[in-house]
Design a protein around this ligand. Structure first.
Ligand SMILES: *Cc1c(COP(=O)(O)O)cnc(C)c1O
Length: 384
């Protein structure tokens, strides 16, 4: 079927919102003494830590590097198993592979699309060291039940909150619900630094390890040095990386953080409009929200009980840039070659065959939103 688009250009599923004050903040750094390793980094870290209510924050050059740092700080190594969701971006499990550990996939809950705590429980072995919970689409995972499992079995909890900056669970901010929580500042995420990521934690020992890992495994901190040769002295205590964020990025991030609440509020309005428009349409399933969760709506995932692929094509013809998040990670050729079984998580498989992410970002106009509503309603009727 061919259809005529109402829109002259394609609406993406996500994109950044940059104002003059963001540009000004970056230019100020460019005119100053420090474009990297300067004071803007600590200011940005403090801003994020304060916003979520965590004690410490350590910024990284991207969210993937931050997850790598979290796995290092958690002490993941060869022989260790780490349980995570298959319905997430590759970085959530690749970070375990980077450390020589083994990602173990636990199936998702059919309603929240987040990792199912009962499935986690069934995959815990004597080798399990950590759980990486992913807040899919911005809805926090069931952190209460996940925390209980972790305490019972002595596991570390890392929360991949790339989708959920500004979200809450059981009245508590994401960023205070796990041993370490990662946020990403890629342009499609809630606020951006171009590329960037951060780990927030309340634990000083983890903060120290993250700082070490971000900077070649090097330290000059007198608390941590094994000896002291003089004022020039530094020690390499682990094999780290150069995973530092620049002051240019940090200044952009601090400026963007001032708009986070507004951005999240706008995302919630758009999501509510979509759910209102699609709730009663046959063949469409709108996102279900856990009663304890207050999502910050990184993605709006609509499910099509049938005909998702044709609907995807039709919506692109109408210049609605829908997407599919995600392909279950174990299906990737690299993971298959490592010995992961295809179709190992039945709910993840059903989800993958039926899910579609609609455009959702705060800079969408009301007209953009109505274009999506009309196009989806039109395509859904054709597929009856
Ligand atoms: C974006 C994202 C990441 C990685 O973030 P980058 O900053 O792009 O490296 C990790 N996990 C999830 C779920 C993401 O969406």
């Amino acid at each position: 079927m061919t259809m005529k688009p109402r829109r002259a250009s394609k609406l993406p599923y996500g994109r950044q919102w940059i104002d003059e004050d963001d540009i000004h903040a970056v230019v100020e750094v460019l005119k100053g003494d420090w474009i990297t390793q300067g004071p803007a980094i600590a200011r940005f870290e403090q801003t994020v830590a304060d916003h979520v209510g965590a004690r410490y924050a350590v910024a990284f050059c991207n969210g993937t590097a931050a997850l790598h740092g979290a796995c290092f700080a958690a002490g993941i190594g060869p022989g260790d198993e780490v349980i995570t969701s298959p319905i997430t971006f590759l970085a959530s499990s690749n970070c375990v592979l980077y450390m020589g550990g083994k990602p173990v996939f636990a199936d998702i809950d059919s309603r929240t699309y987040n990792i199912d705590p009962d499935q986690i429980a069934s995959r815990i072995t004597s080798r399990t060291k950590a759980i990486i919970a992913v807040d899919f689409a911005g809805q926090p995972a069931e952190m209460d039940r996940i925390g209980e499992l972790a305490r019972k079995h002595g596991l570390m909890v890392i929360q991949d909150a790339a989708h959920s900056l500004g979200a809450r669970f059981a009245g508590r901010n994401v960023g205070t619900l796990a041993d370490m929580t990662m946020f990403s500042f890629h342009p499609v995420k809630h606020v951006t630094t171009g590329e960037g990521g951060i780990i927030v934690t309340d634990r000083e020992d983890l903060r120290d390890k993250l700082l070490l890992f971000r900077n070649h495994g090097m330290t000059r901190d007198p608390r941590l040095l094994q000896r002291q040769d003089g004022p020039w002295y530094y020690e390499m205590q682990a094999l780290g990386f150069n995973y530092r964020m620049t002051d240019i990025q940090a200044a952009l991030g601090a400026s963007q953080m001032r708009k986070l609440d507004r951005f999240v509020a706008r995302r919630r309005v758009i999501a509510a409009r979509y759910s209102e428009a699609f709730a009663e349409i046959d063949g469409l399933v709108v996102p279900w929200q856990h009663p304890q969760a207050e999502s910050s709506w990184h993605l709006y995932v609509l499910r099509w009980t049938h005909g998702r692929n044709q609907a995807f094509e039709a919506l692109h013809q109408l210049n609605i840039g829908v997407n599919v998040h995600y392909i279950p990670i174990y299906k990737q050729p690299y993971y298959r070659d490592l010995g992961y079984q295809d179709r190992q998580c039945p709910e993840a498989e059903i989800f993958y065959d039926t899910a579609m992410s609609l455009p959702l970002f705060p800079a969408m106009t009301d007209e953009d939103v109505e274009d999506v509503v009309q196009a989806v309603c039109h395509v859904a009727k054709l597929s009856q």
